[in-house]
Design a protein around this ligand. Structure first.
Ligand code: TRP
Ligand code: ZN
Length: 891
């Protein structure tokens, strides 16, 4: 694409396709540098296409790029060059009969494919990545998600290098050929768009198991990896079986092929891909064992396995009409994987983790140059729209529908959605239509969530009328302007809330809708609270029969993705921390108190002693409360991160914010130093299974305590960390100890780093951690340290995981280093983007985002960051991916 004249695609320009592909038969003659692809398309005119009155029918335009066209035949007759037009991105044939067969032969070079899109090589094996528009790098095709076709795939390759040859669906034949070659055939009976096509071939080992579906179908499950990883697949397999069972139990959705395969590859642009029957994964979301994976890694494997599996229905059986509808499958599938994890572990802790991510990263996106609705209106490069907004905010929108409908109607509505749209490509509007068929509430206004960018703000004021025993709660909403959107209309915001009396008892409320009880809830109706429908710009809710001024608990469970502005006293927040029956809001009250304390330092230059006393005391209660889940305690003892705090500020002076955060962290650690030391040494459970829930929670609490202690002099915690490193029998404790040591400058730091490195040799995921742990250190020499690591023999710029472990860890998880006052951090990142863009635009574009927020910066940092964007812009011809982000950021 010519980036001097980039093409913007608009949502409202959607047109149905003129042609359908009823069947496609693909033949691959695999060769590392010259793979021949023969594609036979059975075409017919689309009866639903816009009809031109008389005259010849429309021509056919197929997308294709980076593939060398060898020949085209129409109904058995080879076309001459003058019978078609070929450009860098399209193949056009002007005249075809209404039904015809087109055979296209292309030649592609997987070995030189560094963008990791289309057919490429990873560790000497062949694999594909076609979402969103990678199939066009394999052959000329109608590469759009609303063209569904039945695929037959034949693969021929050397037996020696490619003993394993996989594609979607069921394997229907295998034959050994002359010359050391062999051939397999795969048939996928389910019509699918090209982005779900997959092929994998190479020398892979696998484990296998079976799953019997609710209706009795026996499904073969296989996980393919490089042979040296074969012992690290068991957890992924059990996660897969749990996901399959969960989707049957919770949604009544069964698997629909005879086999389900997962392949792990080391070189992958994102997390994983839901290709029909053949999911391809970044190995980081498959491989796990005690010596290489942290508890967080295990939870990540489980969640991503579930996510991709759940796509079999929400994404594959029912797919997207066009890429603007991406959240139709991604928001819904994230919501489903979140529910799955929440059912298997602590629901509150899972919710806290999800909300932390949303606030830290999605809120930033919503307030930056790329702010877009969960259903965007335009794009230059669709790969740039696989965003936290489409995924995470998209999941929040689904969650709000779940809250508005209640669990029973939600399930009925999902049944309607599946029933209506199975086997088709559809839209977000059609999804809400399905919800509306069973919902009691009118969802017309709710649909604005799909078209509104930006994070709404809800302001709260309270008034207690003691004479009439009435309590008035006024909620006012507004949503900030975002690029291309201003004066937004009010949204339908579900606000779950409750009132407490001064003793902490829940009041029965005379206003609001009742909340359906969760199946195993031990809570009373009053404790659960009610649902208020906030639909106006400003709305007052009155509660009768309130005998004394109550304490309000708002937005329980974070019932809507908004910023709440509610001015209450420190005492009220401390009271909610101790008494709110909604555990999420107990955590939230602590976060608000901590935020107030940190932002107070920014304003007053010192810590407010009263607020510190309140929070310190509340922490003391939490530390002493043995009835609390240790993982919850860990969350309650974790301060909001810099990227979350930033959301409360108009203009950000990072150096000042980081200093204020450090000051508060230090003060709290000092106050509770003794208790924290005890937690580090005494919370771990000996002699229980690695993934025992109490053992995992114990590690989380102990390592949170250790991280807090690192704000104090190293003499206090250094020996604890070194001892923990030496004694650790699992990766969670080992890496937490190493991370602590990395902030300091002790001899133990270098010793442990060297030891970790030596043990990481031969395990790429562990080596990634060695880079990441150094990239997130608070050492003052961090920018030079990171630059030096770029030169390390084990650094591989061509491997996305390795690159992210150093560069993205630094830019996203090391605010002190990235925002270094002299702008060195920004320059470092810009250099990496420039170096990577011509090799892998998709990954390069992901690295640009942190530089896009220069307008929010205060002081000299603002211009320093902007200069780096300008430098990228002027560095030469850019990919459309990087071009779009840089030009939008500079607008
Ligand atoms: N659809 C995938 C998921 O969310 C993600 C995905 C989109 C992807 N584009 C990709 C993965 C490119 C790898 C490369 O599950
Ligand atoms: Zn997905």
């Amino acid at each position: 694409m010519d980036t001097r004249n980039p093409v913007t695609i608009n949502r409202l320009d959607y047109q149905p396709t003129d042609w359908l592909i009823d069947h496609v038969s693909l033949q691959f003659e695999l060769d590392p540098t010259a793979t021949l692809v023969t594609s036979e398309l059975t075409l017919s005119r689309n009866p639903a296409a816009g009809q031109e009155s008389n005259g010849p029918g429309p021509g056919l335009t197929l997308q294709g790029s980076d593939c060398e066209l060898r020949s085209v035949s129409l109904d058995g007759v080879k076309l001459a060059p003058e019978d078609y037009q070929l450009s860098a991105t399209e193949l056009h044939i002007a005249q075809l009969p209404e039904h015809c067969v087109l055979v296209i032969v292309t030649c592609i070079n997987p070995e030189s494919n560094t963008a990791l899109e289309g057919l490429y090589r990873s560790s000497g094996n062949f694999c594909t990545q076609c979402e969103a528009e990678g199939f066009r790098k394999i052959t000329y095709y109608l590469d759009r998600p609303d063209v569904l076709s039945v695929f037959d795939v034949t693969i021929t390759a050397d037996v020696a290098t490619c003993p394993v040859m996989l594609a979607n669906g069921n394997r229907v034949s295998h034959e050994v050929l002359e010359g050391g070659r062999h051939r397999v055939q795969w048939h996928d009976p389910h019509p699918k768009p090209s982005y779900l096509f997959a092929l994998v071939a190479g020398d892979l080992a696998h484990i296998e198991d079976h799953f019997t579906t609710a209706s009795g179908r026996k499904v073969l499950l296989q996980i393919y990896v490089e042979a040296h990883n074969i012992d690290r697949c068991d957890f992924a397999m059990s996660s897969l079986k749990a996901s399959m069972r969960w989707d049957e139990e919770v949604y009544g959705l069964e698997y629909d092929l005879d086999c389900f395969m997962i392949v792990a590859v080391d070189d992958f642009n994102m997390g994983a891909m839901e290709n029909k029957g053949l999911n391809v994964f970044n190995s980081r979301f498959v491989l796990a064992d005690a010596q290489s994976a942290t508890d967080t890694d295990y939870m990540g494997v489980e969640a991503v396995i579930a996510h991709e599996y759940f796509h079999n229905w929400t994404g594959n059986r029912i797919t997207c009409r066009d890429w603007f509808q991406l959240s139709l499958k991604e928001g819904l599938t994230v919501f489903r994987d979140q529910s799955f994890s929440s059912d298997r572990h602590s629901a509150t802790v899972k919710r806290i983790e999800d909300v932390r991510l949303l606030r830290a990263r999605q809120f930033a996106e919503d307030s930056g140059p790329m702010a877009h609705p969960i259903r965007p209106d335009s794009y230059i490069e669709i790969n740039n729209f696989y965003t936290l907004t489409v995924y995470e905010k998209g999941a929040e929108v689904i969650r709000m529908l779940h809250t508005l409908l209640g669990p029973v109607k939600w399930r009925q509505a999902m049944d309607v959605y599946v029933e209506r749209h199975d086997g088709t490509a559809t839209t977000c509007d059609a999804f809400v239509d399905a919800m509306q068929t069973v919902a009691d509430v009118d969802l017309t206004q709710f649909r604005r969530w799909y078209s509104t960018a930006g994070t709404p703000e809800v302001r709260v004021s309270e008034e207690y009328d003691s004479q009439n025993a009435r309590f008035h709660l006024t909620l006012s909403q507004s949503c900030p302007d975002t690029p291309g959107q201003s004066d937004k209309l009010p949204l339908h915001i579900p606000v779950v809330m409750g009132l407490l009396d001064q003793q902490g008892n829940s009041l029965s409320l005379s206003n609001g809708r009742a909340l359906a009880a969760a199946v195993d809830s031990s809570q009373t109706d009053a404790q659960r609270g009610v649902l208020l429908d906030l639909t106006e710009a400003s709305q007052t809710f009155t509660f009768e029969g309130v005998d004394a001024a109550p304490v309000v608990s708002l937005l329980r469970g974070f019932s809507a993705p908004v910023k709440l502005v509610h001015d209450v006293t420190d005492e009220t927040l401390a009271f909610l921390m101790a008494n709110d029956p909604d555990t999420f809001n107990r955590w939230e009250a602590g976060q608000r108190l901590a935020t107030r304390l940190i932002l107070g330092v920014l304003q007053e230059g010192r810590i407010n002693a009263d607020t510190l006393a309140s929070l310190g005391q509340a922490w003391g209660l939490i530390l002493a409360d043995d009835s609390l889940d240790m993982a919850f305690k860990a969350e309650a003892l974790s301060l909001p991160t810099i990227d979350t705090l930033e959301g409360s500020l108009e203009q950000v002076d990072y150096q000042a914010l980081i200093a204020a955060h450090a000051m508060v962290s230090t003060a709290l650690a000092e106050k509770h130093a003794e208790a924290l030391c005890v937690l580090v040494t005494e919370t771990r459970q000996a002699g229980v299974a690695l993934l025992d829930p109490a053992a995992m929670s114990g590690r989380k609490l102990a390592n949170t305590a250790l991280a807090l202690l690192t704000w104090l002099p190293e003499s206090l915690w250094g020996p604890l960390a070194a001892a923990q490193y030496a004694a650790a029998d699992n990766m969670t404790d080992r890496i937490a100890a190493l991370a602590a040591l990395c902030h300091g400058d002790s001899a133990a730091r270098q010793d442990c780093l060297d030891d970790f490195h030596a043990k990481a040799i031969g395990n790429r995921l562990v080596m990634d951690k060695w880079f990441a742990v150094q990239a997130t250190s608070r050492r003052s020499s961090i920018v030079e340290d990171v630059a030096a690591l770029l030169q390390h023999a084990d650094f591989e710029a061509g491997n996305p995981n390795r690159l992210r472990s150093l560069v993205a860890s630094f830019a996203l998880n090391n605010p002190g280093g990235f925002h270094a006052a002299n702008g060195q951090g920004y320059r470092f990142l810009a250099d990496q983007v420039i170096a990577l863009d011509s090799r892998n635009p998709q990954v390069a574009a992901r690295l640009v985002s942190p530089l896009g927020h220069w307008k929010r910066l205060a002081g000299p940092a603002r211009d320093l960051m902007r200069q780096e964007l300008v430098r990228i812009r002027d560095s030469g011809p850019l990919s459309p991916d990087v071009f779009e982000l840089v030009s939008k950021a500079l607008q």
